[in-house]
Design a protein around this ligand. Structure first.
Ligand code: HMG
Ligand code: MG
Length: 312
């Protein structure tokens, strides 16, 4: 079988936007430097497989994430004027200044729900990070650049343990109030479970932030990412972050492994009769190719099931 048998289920959206993070979240944790030409080819292949939003790189301090120190080169190789969107991570004014002149149209700031991760990831308190983002969002918005806001450690933190839902909503609200048009809720270490996701989305709803302004960003460390995604879809979310092949992790949270694999997500969505515009076979080929570049197997279960077999 090369595709699931589609069976609709009531209460789910007809269409879902897959927000691809492989070239950024997927690669940022790789210690062996991947050449910029390979990164560009990865992004082009993802676009050819039907991904319409592909987070391309990060304009962070190169000493912090050496793998993405070639952000200018990678972004310069992309056509930023067409229908496809190539967001990049930007933490501060220095990062914004580096990418504005290159014609960037989408950036993402990235806050934390917890103090420990804010310090480890951004060298600041939660409030200090929000203060750092404020002029970035203002300048980007004035330049017509769309801004996404991430909140990390929404469902648990490796140093602080449980994270109160109210604390996540407070940080998320603060990012939206800066002027972000979308908020992506990050399960950085993959510990969320479906009831927690439903409760989180309900709490955002009660705070006046509906699912149309939210995306979900699940890492699959504990094998919960698909179940959590289904819970998010049932709550009305229609933007889901995923990484081709399931590669990735965060260098500042040792317990974080790869994101929800895009192939696993697409299999479930197509099985539910939900349109994505993604060509699963082309995507699998891309992940197998990328795994060859990285010299490691593909974590995605769907890729493992389908890639080695030429026929059934
Ligand atoms: P800092 O060390 O506090 O920086 O880092 P600073 O503001 O004190 O500046 C020190 C020097 O760095 C200065 O140079 C700056 O110009 C330079 P000097 O004047 O001394 O010569 N600098 C920069 N250079 C290039 N680009 C820049 C930049 N900024 C400063 N943008 C900083 C603070 C925020 C920069 C640092 O902590 C950083 O880069 N952090 C990024 C960490 C990161 O990328 N983490 C991974 C992404 S987040 C993630 O994966 C989670 C997510 O997937 C969601 C989820 O899963 O939960 C999004
Ligand atoms: Mg992530």
């Amino acid at each position: 079988m090369r595709a699931p048998q589609p069976v609709r289920r009531d209460g789910l959206p007809d269409q879902v936007t897959v927000y691809e993070v492989g070239p950024r979240d997927g690669l940022q944790n790789e210690s062996a430097i991947v050449p910029a030409t390979v990164k560009s080819a990865f992004i082009e292949r993802l676009a050819a497989a039907g991904l319409r939003t592909i987070e391309a790189t990060s304009f962070v301090r190169p000493e912090w994430v050496p793998q993405l120190a070639d952000a200018e080169e990678v972004l310069s190789g992309l056509d930023l004027t067409g229908d496809l969107r190539y967001p990049v991570l930007v933490p501060n004014m220095r990062g914004l200044d580096r990418c504005l002149d290159l014609g960037v149209r989408d950036i993402a700031i990235f806050g934390s729900a917890t103090e420990t991760f804010a310090q480890r990831n951004l060298n600041r308190s939660v409030a200090g990070a929000i203060a750092m983002f404020e002029p970035v969002v203002a300048k980007a918005s004035a330049a017509g650049v769309r801004v996404r806001g991430y909140v990390s450690m929404c469902f648990g933190d490796p140093w602080e343990g449980d994270v109160p839902i109210g604390q996540v909503v407070t940080v998320g609200k603060a990012l939206l109030e800066l002027g972000c048009d979308q908020l992506s809720l990050g399960d950085t270490i993959g510990v969320a479970t479906p009831g927690h996701v439903t409760a989180m989305l309900a709490a955002f709803g009660a705070a006046g932030i509906g699912p149309d302004r939210l995306a979900v960003h699940f890492h699959d460390t504990y094998g919960q990412a698909l179940a959590n995604t289904l819970a998010a879809l049932e709550s009305g979310v229609t933007t889901v972050d995923a990484s081709a092949g399931g590669i990735g992790g965060c260098p500042f949270a040792g317990s974080a492994t790869g994101n929800l694999a895009t192939e696993d997500l697409v299999w479930m969505l197509h099985g539910l009769g939900i349109t994505t515009g993604i060509d699963l076979a082309a995507l699998i080929e891309t992940s197998v190719w990328m795994a060859g570049q990285l010299g490691r197997p593909v974590p995605s279960r769907v890729v493992q099931a389908l890639a080695p077999k030429s026929e059934e």
